[in-house]
Design a protein around this ligand. Sequence first.
Ligand code: ZN
Length: 132
Amino acid sequence: MFESFRVETKQRTGLVDITDDIVACIRTSKVKHGLACVYCPHTTAAITINENCDPSVQTDITNILSKLIPQNAGYAHSEGNADAHAKAAVIGSSRMLFIEDGKPVLGRWQGVFLCEFDGPRTREVRVKICKE
Ligand code: ZN
């Protein structure tokens, strides 16, 4: 079994801080020490861990990805969202977190983010929590 929650994204691209949702999933599980796998079951969204203090970092990450992988560049995929698929592939679908004392172990400036690359949409995040 796994916990899950939904995220309503508001823009085509952007990072959404889901750290509090992960904390809530771990609390619900009652696991004090173990691992949490945070997974996104979508082909044009991804999961990452990065700075959640200064929001300009999130803006820079999305802008850098958009420069590297432009929206329209003669792609083969005909849906018009080939860039979003490629960005999601680069970032990846999941991240693993340690759980200690019932909380995710993160650096002082770190948060967990859903990366939206083809929004706005309703996204699902799944969290598999295992006891140590
Ligand atoms: Zn597509």
